[in-house]
Design a protein. Structure first.
Length: 453
């Protein structure tokens, strides 16, 4: 859990930031080369990764090479902190690998600079590719129209596709069933409002030994971004490229969610303040009873000794319209590759049924391919959440409308917003003052990114 600063719409990639060593599965640097056997093509593949996925990566690459004996793949896995510095250097020096793992938050930057190929020509020549095999909005985050600073994120098939989505995650409300049972509190329902969550959280906030120190908190904090995203809020107006933190006519979801987060801390007193603090995985240790996190935490949360389950993220009001949907990471092909067809075969294989089922078993991500997500392989080794609750995940990923989430500078302005929000949680700044300052600073970042005055 990351209290007081959960990234808006961001997926599991930032969960791997603790991995600090470079793990070389097959020693390699640079892009396409030829093996001693001139009939074989060597391509390079790089990614960041979670230890749970490293073994499966080795196995998948071995399977790919067995099925494609004319291709040799050499792979390196890099920590999240090192990854983007490595890629920024690689594209400048022309030594980038043929295939990379790509975050939705970076794709526009690399696509606008011409570093990655449009994959639509490959898809159009792929007889086995069918749109309906994938979750409806799965490819939207990697689809853009226009060039340079005029690039715009658009729905799939309305522009160029710069990344082939590998997984498709969503945010969920996790709740500790043992805590709810002990306190006699009914489990969350999928039509819960913020008020419903606050009422339950207050009953679950308990000082068991009456020493004045809370032993069990009802919920974690810092979920404003996910609350607002569930209602379709956008941090940045996609047309004007202006920040949306401060409330304006017809658009206050982000600001309202920040106020609610503040109420959880100081009005309802059911979430730990920054001064109190809790460990990163407080839901696993039983220190908090509810948390809102991505589906990528399923593997980690299965370490808990408590029974738990999932529900939909609560909405502000009963009549609030839910914007379901997800986001994920994808694979890109370097525009400087000397073997684009071989690179495409690898990219397509990494989102094939075989690869997707392995991903589903890992518990680290939801497969983008529906057949794998609906298969018995999905979360096969985990007993939580209950199988009856899988439909909550599918409902998130099957519905919704197209809502652009990312622009250039995303990670920079999200870091800034989390820093300023911390001052709100500490009572140093008012939400109004913080949001106005965020708008000003974010707009400056956007102007720099898009070359506008």
């Amino acid at each position: 859990m990351y209290p007081y600063g959960m990234p808006f719409g961001e997926n599991c990639v930032n969960r791997f930031s603790w991995l600090t060593v470079l793990i070389v599965l097959f020693a390699f640097a640079g892009c396409t080369t030829h093996s001693e056997d001139e009939s074989k093509t060597i391509i390079a593949y790089t990614r960041w990764g979670d230890p749970a996925e490293l073994d499966s990566t080795k196995e998948l690459i071995a399977q790919f090479m067995e099925e494609n004996p004319d291709i040799i793949v050499r792979v390196d896995v890099v920590s999240w902190q090192q990854y983007w510095q490595k890629m920024a250097t690689a594209v400048v020096t022309g030594t980038a690998q043929d295939v990379w793992l790509m975050s939705s938050s970076y794709i526009e930057q690399y696509a606008a600079a011409g570093h990655v190929l449009d994959l639509m020509p490959f898809i159009e020549k792929e007889p086995s590719f069918k749109d309906d095999d994938y979750f409806p909005r799965a490819f939207d985050n990697f689809t853009y129209t226009g060039t340079g600073r005029d690039m715009r994120n658009v729905p799939f098939r309305q522009g160029a596709l710069y990344g082939f989505t590998r997984d498709y995650n969503c945010s969920l409300l996790y709740y500790n069933k043992d805590h709810f049972d002990a306190a006699g509190v009914p489990y969350p329902t999928n039509d819960w409002t913020w008020e419903d969550m606050a009422l339950a959280a207050q009953k679950l906030t308990i000082d068991f030994d009456n020493d004045g120190i809370i032993d069990q908190w009802g919920c974690g904090g810092g979920t404003w971004s996910t609350f607002s995203a569930a209602m379709g809020a956008q941090l940045i107006d996609p047309e004007t490229r202006r920040s949306n933190f401060s409330p304006r006519p017809g658009s206050s979801a982000i600001y309202d969610a920040i106020l609610f987060d503040l109420d959880l801390l100081y009005k309802y007193k059911c979430a730990p303040t920054p001064e109190v603090g809790v460990e990163e995985y407080a839901f696993v240790t039983g220190k908090i009873s509810m948390t809102i996190e991505g589906a990528w935490e399923i593997r980690n949360y299965n370490r808990s000794k408590n029974l738990w389950d999932i529900a939909m993220v609560p909405l502000q009001h009963k009549d609030s319209k839910r914007t379901t949907g997800g986001g994920g990471v994808g694979h890109v092909i370097y525009s400087g590759t000397k073997s684009p067809e071989a690179a495409w075969r690898l990219v397509y294989f990494l989102s094939s049924d075989k690869s997707q089922r392995a991903l589903g078993r890992s518990g680290t991500s939801i497969p983008v391919l529906k057949s794998a997500a609906y298969s018995d392989d999905f979360l096969a080794d985990f007993d939580r959440p209950s199988k009856a609750s899988y439909d909550i995940i599918y409902r998130n990923l099957m519905g919704g409308k197209f809502v652009p989430q990312y622009t250039r500078g995303y990670l920079e302005y999200m870091k800034l917003s989390r820093q300023l929000m911390q001052e709100v949680w500490l009572g140093v700044k008012t939400p109004k003052d913080a949001c106005e300052l965020i708008d000003k600073e974010v707009n400056t970042i956007l102007d720099e990114e898009y070359g506008e005055n």
